[in-house]
Design a protein around this ligand. Structure first.
Ligand code: AHG
Ligand code: MN
Ligand code: MN
Length: 361
């Protein structure tokens, strides 16, 4: 299709807004500034080590999660903050890399939205040149924050995922893409590096309801709870097992990249609660990883769950709360939920399943 007939992200947002004649345009302006942060991060990611002398921060600090920050984690966080704090559309921000919410400096006006983000997801993959991404969630600020313009506190962000106004991610892979939902399905845009614009390339993305592909970090298998063990065992048993079909497995260790694969061709992703560190109810963070990706999955006809309940229905209790995550093709996620609700079943007496299972007790 000639470029002149394609829609830019700006045009998509304007056409969407026309459905709401009373809308102010603040949300569109905010999403466009988020997209600029993503473009800036994409450039930095693409330059890799070449970019090291150009003022990239040192990294090496440990963030609130107890994880070492890579220079690009710090840089990406800074880009998200600096490119969004000035625009008058935000009441505050929260980031994986910041223990406390970021306050909008007094020299700028404050607005009605909250921006919550993981500026660089999968950053352990940076050094090995594998896809990384950014994830963001946009919430409406509580009314008293909007009315008073007061500083934001953790509590203001503790809203269930169902209340998200918009959510999305950017993936920095062979191409840079922005995948977005403004509560009207899921749309994908590819960065045209010649124009520096996100161009609509993937209208109405839908997650296939069935799949033969799953993703889980199986090095944790000895810590899994029985329903997860059962599910994975049944997938591994393949054609001759209870599922009667062979499964394929993937693990990229970038949730954004896994989510993107699942949006493109189906699949199921699990980072379930396990017994490895009983203090941690999961690996991924609810507000800026599970909720935005969960929202995108559900908007695309997939499903996102803790294994026990829909992710989007969980009322958050802390800004950096971790949670058990299962998302992807609807029928598989529902099956995994069923396994969590059924009383523990003894493994069926199936030869391969019981004798040769990799993940047998
Ligand atoms: P982050 O880089 O923002 O800390 O997130 C990494 C997350 C997620 O993207 C990925 O699915 C998971 O951590 C990888 O976990 P393992 O190291 O256990 O594979
Ligand atoms: Mn992450
Ligand atoms: Mn991160």
């Amino acid at each position: 299709m000639p470029l002149s007939q394609r829609w830019t992200l700006t045009r998509y947002l304007i056409e969407e807004r026309r459905r709401f004649p009373q809308a102010s345009g603040d949300l569109n302006a905010l999403i466009l500034d988020v997209s600029i942060a993503c473009k800036a991060i994409a450039r930095s990611v693409a330059f890799g080590r070449l970019d090291e002398s150009s003022g990239r921060p040192a990294g090496g600090e440990v963030n609130v999660q107890g994880e070492e920050q890579k220079p690009l984690d710090v840089l990406s966080n800074d880009l998200f903050i600096r490119l969004n704090e000035w625009n008058g559309n935000l009441a505050g921000m929260a980031s994986e890399e910041l223990e406390l919410p970021h306050q909008i400096p007094s020299k700028y006006p404050r607005g009605k939205y909250l921006l919550v983000f993981d500026p660089l997801d999968g950053s352990s993959n940076i050094d090995v040149n594998v896809s990384v991404g950014s994830v963001f969630s946009i919430l409406r600020a509580p009314q008293d924050v909007i009315d008073s313009g007061r500083d934001v506190v953790d509590d203001d962000f503790l809203q269930p995922g169902t209340t998200q106004v918009a959510a999305g991610y950017a993936i920095y892979g062979p191409t840079t893409m922005l995948v977005l939902s403004v509560r009207n399905g899921v749309t994908g845009f590819t960065l045209n590096p010649n124009l520096g614009e996100f161009i609509l390339t993937h209208p109405n993305i839908r997650v296939p309801e069935d799949t033969q592909e799953f993703a889980i970090n199986s090095s944790n298998s000895r810590f899994w709870e029985p329903p997860v063990k059962r599910y994975v065992d049944e997938c591994l048993a393949g054609k001759v097992g209870p599922r009667g079909k062979d499964f394929n497995m993937r693990w990229i260790a970038s949730m954004v990249a896994e989510a993107h694969r699942i949006l493109m061709r189906g699949g199921v992703f699990m980072y379930p609660r396990d017994t490895k560190d009983p203090a941690k109810p999961g690996r991924l963070r609810l507000l800026y990883e599970a909720n935005p990706i969960g929202f995108i999955m559900e908007q695309a006809g997939g499903r996102a769950s803790t294994g026990r309940q829909p992710i989007l229905g969980v009322k958050p209790t802390a800004l950096h709360q971790r949670i058990s995550v299962v998302f992807g093709s609807k029928n598989e996620v529902e099956r995994i939920e069923r396994y969590h609700h059924e009383p523990a079943v003894k493994a069926p007496e199936h030869a391969l399943f019981t004798e040769r299972s990799l993940f047998r007790d």
